[in-house]
Design a protein around this ligand. Structure first.
Ligand SMILES: N[C@@H](CCC(=O)N[C@@H](CS)C(=O)NCC(=O)O)C(=O)O
Length: 212
């Protein structure tokens, strides 16, 4: 089996998190952002993550891959019930977190942006999605002010760090990992403890070393 990802991709981070938490011996290949051929050959479109299974078939969609890997490699890890309040928070906060993280990712050190052509392709894709990236960067203080009360709400919702994990946790973690590239973003105490516990347990590097 092999997992194809972009390092910055929050959907890929869901699978990378599960892989780390379960200590799966699953090779990872980072595709270049301008590599259209590989994902299209595997799943008919340019989207990651993709899991290439042992029989050669390819599976798209992060949560399908997460469920497949969790079922395939016993014991199952994601045993907690869904947490609708956490999922609702993730839905509500994700747009703002993407707008904070994306302009920084375009300047960042990521394997999928290793060539000028790959970085140009990524910047073009994100301008199509988010418009003027410089304007987004300039709006950082306002966006952080909007995020602070949301994070405080999350602090009241977050489960204890030693609780059983479920799919809601797998969806939440990558959003907080994306925030690690935003220099002035601060997690409130319980969220920080939850995040750092999962980060340590999974052995994942986040983007704090290149926070801007
Ligand atoms: N619903 C998909 C979303 C995956 C997705 O949007 N991946 C983005 C990277 S974050 C992608 O591959 N985009 C490539 C493109 O649009 O060119 C999942 O959960 O796996």
């Amino acid at each position: 089996m092999k997992l194809y990802i972009y390092q910055h991709c929050p959907f890929c981070l869901r699978v990378v998190l599960l892989r780390g938490l379960k200590r799966l011996d699953l090779p990872v290949q980072v595709l270049l952002e301008n590599d259209v051929e590989t994902p299209t050959r595997l799943i008919g479109r340019k989207k990651v993550p993709i899991l290439q299974k042992a029989d050669g078939s390819a599976m798209p969609e992060s949560m399908d891959i997460v469920r497949y890997l969790d079922a395939q490699f016993a014991p199952p890890l994601l045993t907690a019930a869904e947490r609708p309040e956490i999922d609702a928070w993730s839905e509500r906060a994700s747009g703002l977190i993407f707008r904070l993280a994306v302009p920084r990712i375009t300047r960042g050190d990521f394997a999928e942006l290793a060539t000028p052509e790959a970085r140009a392709a990524y910047i073009e894709r994100e301008i199509r999605a988010f418009g003027d990236l410089e304007a987004l960067l300039a709006a950082t203080p306002e966006m952080l002010a909007e995020l602070a009360p949301l994070l405080d709400e999350l602090d009241d919702l977050i489960p204890p760090p030693d609780s059983a994990l479920g799919e809601s946790d797998i969806r939440l973690f990558p959003l907080l990992a994306l925030l690690s590239i935003v220099k002035d973003a601060r997690l409130p105490p319980r969220v920080a403890t939850w995040y750092n516990t999962l980060r340590t347990r999974s052995g994942l590097d986040d983007f704090s070393a290149q926070a801007q």
